[in-house]
Ligand binder design. Structure first.
Ligand code: ZN
Length: 200
């Protein structure tokens, strides 16, 4: 297994829509193990494949015994098993929404409160390419929405209000320039000094 460097803002692959997995292979299974190892090494609770430079529509999630209600009350909850979501699609959102502070391994040092629906229904495939439908709420729903956004090329800061986003700009700029420190290996593509001319 290997710890992979995490791609940070604004590597172009983080704006790409991921490619669905058509067939399970040993290579993909090994890649999923590496995703878990990379996420655990960075103390993350979710990681999408494009965050390590892969185009596969895969995300891993492990919220352990963290649950949203328990973060508020300080109580320990049941442990949610680690999840691999292959080709995940959110089929339904709850009417109810709430604010919760999010962070992102591709945006080191940046955190902000994001408004999202509290519950979702998600369809995905497992490592045997068996289809599943799951209803999630609380922290699991939150992390799933964040990670599935990644697979669609969306950062969580894009869901902030225009004012909050403007306030975030200096921090995002520092990340873009590789000036934000992370406690895990990161990868930031060096921009070419000369940009190509746009074709007419
Ligand atoms: Zn993220």
């Amino acid at each position: 297994m290997a710890i992979l460097p995490i791609y940070t803002f604004d590597h172009p692959i983080l704006k790409q829509v991921s490619t669905p997995v058509a067939e399970m292979t040993g290579e993909i299974k090994l890649f999923v193990k590496n995703l878990f190892e990379t996420m655990n090494n960075a103390d993350g609770i979710g990681l999408a494949a494009n965050q390590v430079g892969s185009e596969h529509a895969i995300t891993v999630i492990d919220i352990g015994d963290l649950e949203e209600d328990d973060l508020k009350s300080g109580k320990k909850a049941h442990k949610t098993p680690p999840l691999v979501l292959i080709n995940p699609v959110i089929e339904a959102f709850s009417e109810q929404k709430e604010d919760f502070e999010e962070g992102c391994l591709s945006l080191p040092t940046f955190r902000d409160k994001v408004t999202r629906p509290t519950g979702i229904q998600v369809r995905f495939y497992d490592l045997d390419m068996k289809e599943h439908r799951l209803e999630a709420d609380g922290l699991l729903s939150r992390v799933m929405q964040h990670e599935i956004d990644h697979l669609n090329g969306v950062y969580f800061f894009e869901r902030l209000s225009p004012m909050r986003r403007a306030m975030a700009h200096p921090k995002l700029r520092r990340i873009q320039l590789g000036q934000a420190e992370a406690e895990y290996p990161v990868y930031l593509e060096q921009k070419h000094p000369q940009r190509r001319k746009k074709k007419k």
